[in-house]
Design a protein around this ligand. Structure first.
Ligand code: PLP
Length: 494
């Protein structure tokens, strides 16, 4: 009997201590949640005072945390302390107004709150019945967004057409979806795929081809880095003569290296005539098409079978939210056999909440103003570059990206970028254009103002002065500071 009581007490103690140490009840969640909101708000409000690019070596984190997960529960305070100690030193601050690398990663308070709600609801919308609001809001939001872009009615679900929109996680997934749908439609395995050449098309296009198990050909671009119909036409003829079946062309509007635009008004009719599925990847540039003055860049979309862009890049919607439309939804559904799937994953988050919150709280006018401001800031930067005779502009500045370089050797420009990265005050990544090492200045931050752009330029020009910048040598970029998406430029000496 005594033993029995002891065991009971022991079990009770264990269970109680487990409860008090592990469980975060609603009361504590309220408290911690408010603290976390404060933490995030403080972080974002003060972000510009942080070094934008972290000063850590590859592998820095492993030695800072245990090699195995804890057997016993730990306190929330301890976890939070380690966020400061372990995580923050290794963060590249993408939301900083000093961040000018890659393309933007959108963020806004309404989207953050919607994301929190999405996590709280925790529903998985794989069918209408699995969560009706999730399925229905997504369809309506993609129609709202499609109308903001003035997409042809064929692409919208709430019309008599056969099209519709779906939120994918990323543009890479959207390209793969389009490719698989096109392949399924072509119903053959002797296939060929076209896209603009690396590094102009995004690497995800080549990856889609590899995953889809089809042949890939790169199409040469003209002097403006645009694919032209004439070039594609010749290749189609060659390949058909060689017994291949051309079935898919991925056009890019706003290429990753230089934000160039393929000529879809001439490529579209060609693809339609040749029965080639034309997918348009406008991952970054797509957001700008909500402004009437940039909408002509999308002219020709009426010839496309599918179109995709990332609100999570430039439309103030936090990652992940990639909007994809197809002209004929049965093509997409058919590729995955199981109605009603529009993508690879079965489970889907309630991502349309983010769109809904952002659209309503910014309004179309607020979103347009945001895009315009970024483009204006890029123009200011371009003007400053043009005024300095030591520099040159390397591609037309259409939206929020400026490609520029110091006149002179690649080594000189590599050294400049290396020094920038080393100092960590601003963050840029390079690309290769016409075989030259080029610097990309992208306006990214929600809070980037004129003064940040001016400060960035002052910093760049100071570093470029002969006194501070090594003029020769074999300085190489750290691999981690170069976007692998943009370039293939590792020199033979590596
Ligand atoms: N396509 C283009 C033109 C891009 O610039 C990018 C990324 O920058 C992508 C595709 C890949 O986007 P995601 O990360 O959503 O797959």
């Amino acid at each position: 009997m005594t033993v029995f009581v002891c065991v009971c007490v022991c079990v009770c103690v264990c269970v109680c201590s487990l409860n008090s140490r592990v469980t975060m009840d609603a009361a504590e969640f309220r408290r911690r949640g408010k603290e976390m909101v404060d933490f995030v708000a403080d972080y974002l409000e003060n972000i510009e005072h942080r070094r934008v690019y972290p000063d850590v070596e590859p592998g820095y984190l492993r030695s800072m945390i245990p090699s195995e997960a804890p057997l016993e529960p730990e306190s929330y305070e301890d976890v939070l302390k380690d966020v400061d100690r372990v995580i923050m030193p290794g963060i590249t601050h993408w939301q900083s107004p000093h961040f000018h690398a890659y393309f933007p990663s959108a963020s806004s308070y309404p989207a953050l709150l919607a994301d929190m709600l999405c996590g709280g609801l925790g529903c998985i919308g794989f069918t209408w019945a699995a969560s009706p609001a999730c399925t229905e809001l997504e369809t309506v939001m993609l129609d709202w967004l499609g109308k903001m872009l003035q997409l042809p009615e064929d692409f919208l679900a709430g019309t008599k057409g056969q099209g519709g929109g779906v939120i994918q996680g990323t543009a890479s997934e959207a390209t793969l979806m389009a490719l698989l749908a096109a392949r399924c439609k072509a119903k053959t395995i002797t296939l060929n795929l076209w896209s603009s050449p690396l590094p102009q098309a995004h690497s995800s296009v080549e990856r889609a081809g590899l995953i889809g198990g089809v042949g890939i050909r790169m199409v040469a671009t003209d002097e403006h880095f645009s694919v032209r119909a004439e070039t594609l036409e010749k290749m189609v003829a060659e390949d058909k003569a060689a017994g291949f079946i051309p079935f898919f062309f991925c056009a890019t509007l706003g290429t990753t290296p230089s934000c160039a635009f393929d000529k879809i008004t001439e490529l579209g009719p060609l693809c339609n005539a040749e029965n080639i599925w034309m997918h348009i990847d406008a991952a970054y540039a797509g957001s700008s098409f909500i402004c009437p003055e940039f909408r002509p860049l999308l002219d020709g979309v009426e010839f496309a079978d599918s179109f995709n862009f990332n609100p999570h890049k430039w439309l103030l919607v936090n990652f992940d939210c990639s909007a994809m439309w197809v002209k004929k939804r049965t093509d997409l559904i058919g590729a995955f056999k199981l109605d009603p799937h529009w993508g690879i994953p079965l489970g889907r988050r309630f991502r349309s909440l983010k769109l809904w919150f952002v659209f309503r709280m910014y309004g179309q006018s607020g979103l347009q103003a945001y895009i315009r401001k970024h483009v204006e800031l890029a123009k200011v930067f371009e003007t400053m570059v043009k005024k300095d005779k030591r520099f040159e502009i390397c591609a037309e500045v259409v939206l929020g990206l400026v490609c520029f370089r110091l006149k002179g050797s690649d080594e000189l420009n590599e050294a400049l970028l290396k020094e920038m990265t080393h100092l960590g005050r601003i963050h840029l990544v390079p690309c290769k254009l016409r075989g030259r090492f080029v610097l990309r200045f992208a306006v990214c931050g929600r809070t980037t103002e004129l003064r940040h752009v001016q400060e960035a330029w002052t910093h760049i020009t100071e570093l470029s002065s002969e006194q501070t910048l090594p003029m020769s040598g074999t300085l190489l970029m750290q691999k981690s500071s170069v976007t692998q998406d943009l370039i293939i430029y590792i020199r033979p000496s590596c």
